[in-house]
Design a protein around this ligand. Sequence first.
Ligand SMILES: *Cc1c(COP(=O)(O)O)cnc(C)c1O
Length: 365
Amino acid sequence: MTTLTIKTTALDNNMRIIKRLANGSQIIAVLKGNAYGLGLIKFASFLHARGIRNFGVTDLADAVTLRQNGITGTILLMTPLYHTEDIETAIEHDITLSITSPACGQIVDETAAYMNHTHVRAHLCIDTGFGRYGFLCSELQQIEETVRQLGHVKITGIFSHFHAAACRNESYVRKQFQSFTSLCDMLQQDGIPVGMRHISSSTSLVKFPFMNLDAVRIGSAFLGRLAVPNDYGFLDVCSLSACVDDIYHLPAGHNIGYGHSFRLSQPSTTAVISAGYYHGLGMERHTDSRTNFLSPIRIYHKIKNTCRKTAPAACFNNCKLPVLGQISMNSVIVDTKDCPLSIGDTVTFPINPIFVNSAVPRVYM
Ligand SMILES: *Cc1c(COP(=O)(O)O)cnc(C)c1O
């Protein structure tokens, strides 16, 4: 069977590094996107068993699923809710809500009142420059009015999100941090409690540990997949494991795969592996997203990324088995390179788990 294999020793290694860098700040484990592909429940349970008690999600359904599977502690829904039924569901499951606007604060408070709750927990969400979710820093008055009108909701935290932590130009991060911390200070001076302050996530944890504040929200660092060079000892935690279905000795000139795109240049021993793009193979994003300005450095990176597209290969013991031709939905053909491979053997592919279909079983070992 084709599975996503997750190495718990590598995860433990990454957790140790994260804990050291967090340096006493709390760790909020971000579990969006099926926990970055690691499997929502399995990964949350793994972290819970290791003492993590703060979780962040972007989907109400994920928050509820975590509670239904015995995850205790704080679950912060980092996105706003505006529908009464959703807010009721969140309150019933003791989810910490995010308040992103006056209207959001009002509907959460009204729902809490209707449910006879006096201290539904919520964090204030601040947009310090991402352009997504939250009050602007310039809206001090609206924030204060919103909080003062909360009779049934207790503010237990305040957060924002960096948009350029991986950029070489550090001025954006510094400016966001400065705006965020001075907003927190002003609110506190005006008698508005802000609770736990958090703005940093994986990239800023390693680059700017002095921005940790009271908590750091960590996702990709658990996987050892950072947007900056890995000088910290993070390990890759995942691989896609699949079976050798068949082995063939094919003559030179024989076609391989769809699209008339590949021919053997010499007689080869090939293996058919039961993994394909359905399982996430070859799905990694190689283009960068749409931007509205091009600088020489962006053009350079675009060209480099287009040329670099490293050829995928399977691993077996210490052999690298290059992928031949196009990847199919459920199979891929590799060159055995005279490696002693047999039908039924398991090979592995390096993979970003976010691209692995959530129907593929996650195996922790
Ligand atoms: C995704 C996300 C994180 C985690 O980011 P990583 O870089 O994966 O650590 C933290 N906060 C918010 C709001 C997010 O959306």
